[in-house]
Design a protein around this ligand. Structure first.
Ligand code: GDP
Ligand code: IMO
Ligand code: MG
Length: 404
């Protein structure tokens, strides 16, 4: 069974899009299993930039792409994204789970309201209605794509949501929703059955998370997290497939760390060094354009990501960017009340961070080699892919993925 699940090892934006785009040529299926348009997965094709929000980032190369039931779908965004992607590839096989939940304008308003009432405790969400869409899913008053088949059912479901949220529905909104729905209706299917049949038939599949390990609703830096399961466990609930269908797991890690929104960040860099790294790495949110907070690579965090996700392989991105800094530092451990801590724990704010320094490697690849070997030996997981530039072809293969 050739199934690979790809997750983000930090706070999101690790470069998953680029790695998925690269890997997907070797897979029959590419499947997104969580999140919504809060995700922005970038692929740079020549002088054009694709930011995938809902469609799996292997769209250009995988034989079929699937939006599984764990994803929450904003119909207008999906319609626009498909239209945009048509200019790159006109014949494609896209399938969308008919039981995926829909993000409505009521969810957008609720997101804004919830952020407003939090005051200083603001999460810094993308304001794309993601938390509320999962909130209504788990509250059992969500709206699924298949509800759109019956106008009255849709109207009734929206009315319930409107009552619970105490937010009125704008005039003409139902027609607008149905208009968008008509445009994607042909892609709807029982995605779980389709995937199960295909994999049983020997097809290979690449599963793609949105976001990163430490903004996972269960294992992340709660409450500064997103509302879905971003870690490898999320792939089974987000696709409906039983756990035994998932063979190997790869984590994407940026050679440094970034975070958008609030929440703990042990290796955060402030001041001019931080500004320089943000500029060198063009660290601005793919979805909201917000400046990303930046910091050094955090090995305690990666150690936990390896454990939480059961990683078999790592793809390390943006080593080209880090090499341009005057001094490259890596957090190797933390300290808490005088005790050394090897692994990040979202419930513990460390007193001290212990760093090791490396000389930058721009134009000196041997130094890059020792940096990578150091990370590999600390994590005990092979780094099989290296991101060495933003273009889709700027990837170095260091090792093979085996399904044995
Ligand atoms: P994702 O959400 O994990 O897919 O990551 P994003 O696309 O939000 O952010 C990653 C950013 O880094 C994008 O602008 C990518 O084009 C860029 N990127 C990815 N890999 C590399 C790399 O190896 N080097 C450089 N310079 N840029 C990269
Ligand atoms: P990709 O898939 C980085 C962050 C938001 C905020 C928190 C909650 O591109 O890696 P939400 O709108 O989800 O309720 O916001 O999660 N966040 C991301 N940060 N990359 C992402 O996706 C993110 N998706 C959500 O900034 O801090
Ligand atoms: Mg992103």
């Amino acid at each position: 069974m050739e199934t690979l699940t790809l997750v983000g090892c930090q706070f999101g934006d690790e470069g998953k899009g680029k790695i998925i785009d690269f890997l997907s040529k070797d897979y029959d299926l590419n499947v997104r299993f969580n999140g919504g348009e809060n995700a922005g997965h970038t692929v740079v094709v020549g002088d054009r930039v694709i930011k995938y929000h809902l469609v799996p980032a292997g769209f250009l190369s995988a034989k079929s792409v699937v939006i599984a039931s764990g994803v929450v779908v904003n119909l207008r965004r999906l319609v626009q994204e498909i239209e945009f992607l048509r200019s790159f590839k006109s014949a494609f096989d896209l399938r969308i789970s008919e039981i995926a939940h829909v993000v409505t304008e009521l969810h957008f308003k609720r997101d804004k309201y919830l952020e407003g009432v939090r005051g200083k405790g603001i999460i810094g969400t993308t304001l794309k209605g993601i938390g509320p869409a999962y909130e209504s899913k788990y509250g059992r008053y969500g709206i699924r794509l298949l509800d759109f088949e019956d106008r009255q059912r849709l109207v009734d479901n929206l009315a319930l949501l409107s009552t619970i949220y105490q937010i009125p529905i704008e005039k003409g909104y139902v027609d607008e929703l149905l208009e968008d729905y008509e445009k994607i209706r042909g892609y709807l299917t029982d995605a779980r059955s389709f995937l199960q049949e295909q994999i049983d038939d020997g097809k290979s599949a690449l599963f793609e998370t949105a976001q990163g390990t430490f903004i996972d609703i269960e294992s992340g830096t709660y409450p500064f997290v997103t509302s879905s399961y971003t870690t490898s466990g999320g792939v089974t609930v987000g696709t409906g497939l039983p756990p035994k269908y998932f063979k190997k797991f790869m984590g994407v890690a940026k050679a440094y760390t970034t975070r958008v929104g609030e929440g703990m960040f042990p290796t955060e860099i402030f001041g001019t060094v931080g500004d320089q790294l943000r500029m060198l790495g063009s660290e601005y949110g793919s979805t909201t354009g917000r400046p990303r907070r930046v910091g050094y690579l955090d090995l305690p965090m990666l150690r936990r990501a390896v454990k939480l996700n059961g990683l078999d392989y790592i793809a390390l991105t943006k080593v080209d960017v880090l090499g341009k800094l005057k001094e490259v530092k890596v957090a190797v451990s933390y300290e808490q009340n005088g005790t050394e801590i090897e692994e990040f724990d979202p419930t513990v704010v460390p007193d001290k961070i212990n760093y090791e320094s490396f000389t930058p490697w721009e134009g000196e690849p041997s130094k890059l080699q020792s940096y990578i070997e150091f990370i590999e030996s600390e994590l005990k997981v092979p780094i099989v892919l290296l991101g060495i530039g933003e273009k889709r072809e700027e990837i170095e293969v260091r090792g093979q993925i085996s399904f044995d």
